[in-house]
Design a protein around this ligand. Sequence first.
Ligand code: LLP
Length: 424
Amino acid sequence: MTLPGSPHVAYRGDTLYVEDCSLVDLARRFGTPLYVYSRSAMLAAANAYQRALAGRDHLICYAMKANSTLAVLQTFVDAGCGFDIVSGGELERALAAGADPDKVVFSGVGKTRAEMSRALAVGVMCFNVESEAELDVLSSVASKAGRTARVSLRVNPDVDAKTHPYISTGLKGNKFGVAHERAVEVYRHAAALPGIEVVGIDCHIGSQITEASPYLDALDRVLDLVEAVEAHGLRLHHLDLGGGLGITYTDEQPPAADALVAALLARIDARGHGHRKILFEPGRSLVGNAGVLVSEVLYLKPGDHTNFCVVDAAMNDLMRPAMYQAWMGIVACTLRDAPPVVCDVVGPICESGDWLGRDRALAVQAGDMLAVLSAGAYCMSMASNYNSRGRAAEVMVSGDQAWLIRDRELPAELFRGEHLLPKA
Ligand code: LLP
């Protein structure tokens, strides 16, 4: 049976493996729910971008919101990547994982003064500024600190990424970026501000994009702007084309990263911009297919209307189905020679929205292990403690080696930092 997603997650006989590690063995050793990642899959995904950019001045800034676990970040540090961060917390994580601040871009619509100060102090490569108001605050924070903030404006190209409305970000009605028609004026304003050095331009139009055309449309709009801005005597050294490339959850067929990058570079060269440094901010396409969530079947609950398969992972561990009605593959870690039963795979949380998959044909019994596929991106990083559930443990696999990279969260850790009222 071939699975959608990564070649590093595959059956050997009737047993599901990540690289050379059996998921049932890992579940026994580390418990469930358990996230398991393939290091080779992450490195291969980064390499696809890098190979297409070889020979050019470029930087892949991994959008760490997709999965910000330290050992995952460390894997991308080792691969020569930088990071796209969106908070002070992400900055500290990147530094703790060994990131070079000079390879960090700071995105996000709501950076605080404290976050700006810290990012200036450690010397991030660039702030991706999303509004005029933010620009003015950044100028004042940088000037007071006697530093210069390198700035790229995130422009909103007003193109439709043709993806889920919650994760489409490049349309006019979105909160992101500076409107295309205001961009030249805002650049001129930026160039005149103290403590600000204009260095680039960026755009990010959405996530889980499965076609090349929205990227090419956005690129054309961005290059039009670069030309307009430079006509005013400003210089934009780098082009940051954001992230957004989709992955295969079921039957999606997104372009391969190297093919997409090659198409974009061809357009960049054709328009005479080949000398510029190129940045990308991929998140999902670097880690999504590299991970699975392993969960134990607790109970089978047959019903007249719906059969339920109750597992020990829930929406707090993996929120994408509940939040976006996202479809994620669910398979048995050991294939049984029995007729499959159609069921809803649900967790123990007290909400009807707590489901991982609906109408899935599975041949399983209580005590079996299931794997949610393509769970490397926006799963652990979006996990919560709802219902006072500790977050899952995480394991990184390389060949036949498996390292625990995050301990399972213990009950006492859930209320660390809380305080009872004084006794009356
Ligand atoms: N750069 C910026 C400025 C972003 O906002 C994002 C994602 C990325 C890069 C990375 O995009 P990617 O390559 O991962 O598509 N939680 C949602 C996805 C939210 C994406 C938010 N921004 C999900 O589970 O589908």
